[in-house]
Write a protein that binds this ligand. Sequence first.
Ligand code: CP
Length: 335
Amino acid sequence: HPKALLRAIQEDGDFLVKLANQHIVSGDQFDQDTMKQLFRLAAKIESNPKRFSSPLQNKILISAFYEPSTRTRLSFESAWHRLGGDIMSITDRSTTGIAKGECLADVAEMFNNYGDCVVLRDNNESSLFEMMDALRIPIINAGNGVDEHPTQALSDMYAIFKWRPTLLNAEENDKIKIGVIGVPNKMRTVRSFLKCLSVFPHAVDELVIIHDEASTGELFGQGQREELESRGIKIRTVTELDPVLPELDVVYINAISWEGDTFNTYGSAFHLTADSPLKEDAIILHPLARGDELATDLDHTSHNWYFSQARGAVFLRMALLTCMVERAERVIDVV
Ligand code: CP
């Protein structure tokens, strides 16, 4: 699969060089060409990871996760290790000066001295921006409250294009129906996913949002629906899952919906199981962790692309980190 994706994209490293030393905050930052080149590099790495074992030698990642994470933290750390770098990991802010009232700008100033890149997950939406103002090394948003999770979205898109590389180029005239089970306004993964998807309107026949009745009035955050529609993406919203499932090529399901400082799970409203009326060749994506909404009897079916999505995130993050850290420019030239 990575090789098919490689063949579908012509190399143009200039787009990747522009990512050097950039903060990664939002799915908005990626245009079509940059995403394609990033996917190309990720596919190249996935095809032969050993060739990329040293570009971040002597570089240090500060991995700061102040909210639980299995995939994002470990895949970023795995990516950095695989690229030959070293890691300092903070998994609890109470072990830092923040617990004694130290301001985030001062913490960021120290990060400048100790590392070469920061990955931050924080349940507070604004912490990322407070740190960015003081940082001279790049920071990656690994989930800021309910706001965004851009590298998850890039990993989601990478999985879709590996599944069907013909969707990459408008000339192929291939289109799919995508169902999103969830509420973009309350789910950071969904919000970022739709931002990245909006860059490839030629690939979307229709976007169907499947949501609970309670969220009807507040499905999208400010301007997101208008932005998608202005790019030519047709949107339908429904509150029942099974009637629409047989139409969908990709089903993106999520577990958690944020309500202020707490969250609700979606499993009580919507479930996917091996008996769900899915199209025979439909794929399911899920950022994980899963709850009741995604039955384990799907794991051994061809619909399961959620494990591949999580695995591919390592290579996508290797590609991104390689581009963001200065000396990686040389690596792009070499490969
Ligand atoms: N997809 C995702 O963000 O998973 P984690 O919460 O385990 O990092």
